[in-house]
Design a protein around this ligand. Sequence first.
Ligand code: HEM
Length: 144
Amino acid sequence: MTAPASAFFRQPVYLFYRHTMYLIVKYGHLTFVAFTFILFNLRVGLRQAMPAKPLPKLLRILPHLNDTLLLITGLWLIHLTRWIPFVNANWLGVKLIFLVLYVLWGALALRIAPRSKRGLFAYGMAMCCFAAIVLLAWFKPLLW
Ligand code: HEM
C-alpha cells in the first residue's frame, strides 16, 4: 500500500527543506528591501545635488532589476508562509496597498523638478509609505 501524498509533506526532510528555503528567501527579501531604500535615496540625492546632470545609466537600470527580485521573493514568501492578503493576513493586504502608494509617490518624486517644494513633498510621502510597509511587515498587527 502506498502512503498518501499528504504524508510526504510531513516528512522531516521536506519540512527541513521548506524551512531552509524560507530562511534563504526571507533574507533575500530583506536584502532587496535594503537595496530598494538605498537606490531610491541615492537617485533622489543625486538629483538634488546635481539637478542639471542626468542620472547614470546604472542607476536607471539597477532599481528595476532589484524591484523585480523584491517582488519575486515577496510572492515566494506568500507561497511559503501561506499568508494570503485580506484572507488570513490583513497586514499583508494593507502593506501591498502602501506598496502601490510608495511606487506612485516615488515615481513622482523622481519626475518633479529637483529642489522644488512639490518634489520634496512627494519624497516625504514615499518615505512615509516605506516606513508603513516595514512596520506592517515587522509587527504584523491584527488590524481587524
Ligand atoms: C518596498 C517594498 C517592501 C518592503 C519595504 C518590505 C518589507 C518587508 C520586511 C521588513 C519584512 C520582514 C518582516 C519580519 O522580519 O518579520 C517582509 C516580509 C514579508 N514580505 Fe515584504 N516588503 C516589500 C515588498 C513585498 C512584496 C511586493 C511582497 C509580496 C508580493 C511582500 C511579501 C512579504 C511577505 C509574505 C512577508 C512575510 C515573511 C515573514 O515575515 O515570514 N513584500 N517584508
